[in-house]
Design a protein around this ligand. Structure first.
Ligand SMILES: Nc1ncnc2c1ncn2[C@@H]1O[C@H](COP(=O)(O)OP(=O)(O)OP(=O)(O)O)[C@@H](O)[C@H]1O
Ligand SMILES: [Mg+2]
Length: 266
């Protein structure tokens, strides 16, 4: 059963189209990895799935009773966010904000949920530590724990292993794998670490401002797009890059029905 269905979705900012004509589906218990070069529209797509951006064209629909506020989100981190002056417990509990509704304070149910989420990520001992004094790997665990407070159904993770050393990355992947396989939480994960991410994923979506690929991991590894990303190849030699994926990439002019490809509208 589909949790999220994207039907010919176009997303953008003011006069820029960042993701054009994207169709894809995330099923209950799915594991989708979103790959693509810098600026190809990955984070934009995740914001669309989350409902932070409204599609300019197409539709994003939810199934299995999923509501917007039941999606757990771990945003791409910036240096300023790493310096956040709050305790670990407070950061994790803030993931329950949607559950708190109009109540002025968090209640027992939300606090228990935050404790449970910290337990799953083995960070209970860090509860009273200051978030900005933690290592990068510990901070990512805290943020994943926070995202878990919102959902048992769907986690959107934007580069969760960015800046982590290989061991810390492996640990985080193992936690995400266990949430997916043991607890049935569907995962949508943006990653530049393609080969590592593919070990656990079921589906791949490759962005090139348009949709360069969407399908199973098995189909992906055989595709031109998959060979390019997994091999760290040369873009100019790859037909899918030359052709702009499955269609011409928008030039970014924001013009309705733009067919200028990668060239500037001038
Ligand atoms: N808030 C914003 N306002 C205006 N333009 C934006 C905004 N966020 C992103 N963009 C632009 O949209 C395009 C896609 O950005 P996006 O962040 O989705 O890329 P990405 O694939 O996530 O890149 P990265 O791998 O570097 O994180 C880029 O050209 C970017 O400059
Ligand atoms: Mg991004």
């Amino acid at each position: 059963m589909a949790l999220l269905t994207l039907d010919h979705v176009t997303l953008g900012y003011e006069n820029l189209i960042a993701a054009q004509d994207i169709s894809a589906q995330v099923d209950v218990g799915d594991y989708l990895v979103v790959v693509g070069e810098n600026g190809s529209g990955k984070s934009t797509l995740v914001k669309g799935m989350l409902g932070l951006l409204t599609p300019r064209k197409g539709t994003i629909s939810m199934g299995d009773g999923l509501k917007k506020n039941q999606i757990g989100y771990m945003p791409q981190q910036t240096a300023a966010q790493r310096d956040f002056p709050a305790s670990v417990g407070e950061v994790v509990l803030s993931g329950c904000l949607n559950r708190r509704g109009l109540k002025p304070f968090y209640g027992r149910a939300e606090k228990e949920r935050a404790e449970q989420a910290m337990g799953l990520l083995s960070i209970q001992d860090l509860k009273n530590h200051c978030y900005r004094e933690l290592s990068g790997g510990q901070q990512q665990r805290v943020l994943l724990s926070r995202a878990l407070c919102a959902t048992e159904k769907l986690l959107l993770l934007d580069e969760p292993t960015a800046g982590l050393d290989p061991l810390a990355s492996q640990e985080l992947y193992a936690i995400i794998r266990s949430l997916n396989r043991r607890r049935g939480v569907a995962i949508v994960m943006v990653s530049h670490d393609v080969n590592a991410a593919l070990n656990d994923a079921r589906k791949v979506l490759c962005m090139h401002r348009t949709l360069a690929f969407f399908g199973s991991v098995e189909e992906y590894v055989k595709s031109d797009c998959g060979r390019f990303w997994r091999g760290g190849g040369h873009a100019e030699e790859e037909s899918w890059v030359r052709d702009g994926g499955q269609g011409d990439a928008p030039c970014g002019c924001g013009e309705d029905g733009c067919d200028h490809g990668d060239k500037s509208c001038g």
